[in-house]
Each structure stands twice: as C-alpha cells, then as structure tokens.
Design a protein around this ligand. Structure first.
Ligand code: G3D
Length: 180
C-alpha cells in the first residue's frame, strides 16, 4: 500500500486530470472511486437525470456514471465526457451474463464524437471472484480489437477494487495520461 499512497500523492499534487469512470451498475465504480479518492467526500448530482458522482481532490476531478438504461441521457453525458481527459470503463469480470450489455454500452459510448481521442482504460474488476474472465477472453467478448486505437488508445487492466489488486497499475496509467 505504501507505493500506491505515494503514487496517489504524486498524481494529486502535480498535473490536472479529469477522468470519468463509467460502466454498468454494480461493476464496482464507487468502490474504485473510494480507493482512488482515499476518503474524500463525494458530491452527487441527481439533477441531470443520470447517476453522476463527483470527487475533486486537489488537481484531480473524478466523475462517475452508471450506464444502465440511461440512453436518453447520453447527450447530457457527452457534455461531461467532453471535459474529461480519460475514460475508465469498469466491467464486472465475474458477471458473464452482463458482459454483452457492457460491450454494447462501451461501443455505443465510443461512437460519441465527444470521446474521440480520449484514452480508454478498460478495467476488468472483481478478479478475486472465480471463475474470472481472462484478459484475452475480455478482449474477445468486449470486441476490443474493433476499437480504433488511433482514435481511442485503449488498455486493459484486471483489478479487484475491493482488495486493491493492481490499483497501482491504474494509478500509474493515470499518471502517464496526466502528462508526466
Ligand atoms: P457501482 O458503483 O459500479 O454500482 P459498487 O458498484 O462500487 O457499488 O460495487 C457493487 C458491489 O460490488 C459492492 O458489493 C462492492 O463491494 C462489490 N465489489 C466492488 N469491487 C469488487 C471487487 O473487486 N471484488 C468483489 N468481490 N466485489 C467487489 P455490495 O455487496 O456492497 O453490493
């Protein structure tokens, strides 16, 4: 944990970074946000009609959306996404039933012009739950090879937000994208 803390301090003290964390309900976005935000209070903005939570910590703004059944709010979502530097898409790797819905949501999302050139981090969460989806299988079932990496440079990291597994890699990626 020492390494993660010092990396977080590094990230939060230097550059500005806006990230949005999206994914289906229950995929683990809030858990991840809490790990990254280290106990900062969260603001909920219910007025826009989608479930948006926001944390601002020093120079880092983190915005979190649930994506279940909210297609009619997508234009609203795009307004916020447009101001984000990076997009984190959280997938529950233990929920094989919902993975096709996650795939559909991810690809619809990337169709939005507001997301052009935004780096994408696909997080396979809940790898502590067996059987879990391998990285190779995730690339297949989420059709990640169809994402134009010129348009959206993408990376997959398997994590457990609950157990803080591989969260250091996530922070490392965020630090890289913040321009260090
Ligand atoms: P959301 O914000 O995407 O809707 P949450 O998801 O962060 O609220 O998490 C949904 C549930 O998944 C929570 O369980 C949370 O503890 C659990 N969860 C999140 N990350 C992990 C993980 O890495 N491993 C496991 N096993 N569970 C995880 P509850 O029971 O509180 O609903």
């Amino acid at each position: 944990m020492g390494a993660l803390l010092s990396m977080l301090r590094d990230l939060f003290s230097g550059r500005k970074l806006e990230m949005c964390i999206v994914g289906l309900e229950n995929s683990g976005k809030t858990t991840l946000l809490n790990v990254l935000a280290q106990g900062e209070p969260m603001t909920t903005l219910p007025t826009v009609g989608l479930n948006l939570r926001k944390v601002k910590k020093d120079n880092v703004t983190m915005k979190v959306w649930d994506m279940g059944g909210q297609e009619r709010f997508r234009s609203e979502w795009a307004v916020y996404a447009a101001t984000s530097d990076v997009v984190l898409f959280v997938v529950d790797a233990s929920d094989t039933e919902k993975i096709s819905v996650a795939k559909k949501e991810l690809h619809q999302l990337l169709d939005d012009k507001a997301l052009e050139h935004k780096p994408l981090l696909v997080l396979l969460n809940k790898i502590d739950v067996q059987p879990t989806l391998s990285k190779t299988d995730a690339v297949k079932v989420l059709s990640l090879d169809y994402i134009n990496s010129q348009r959206n440079p993408w990376v997959v990291i398997p994590i457990s937000a609950l157990h803080k597994t591989n969260v250091t890699e996530v922070v490392q990626w965020l630090i890289e994208k913040s321009g260090r």
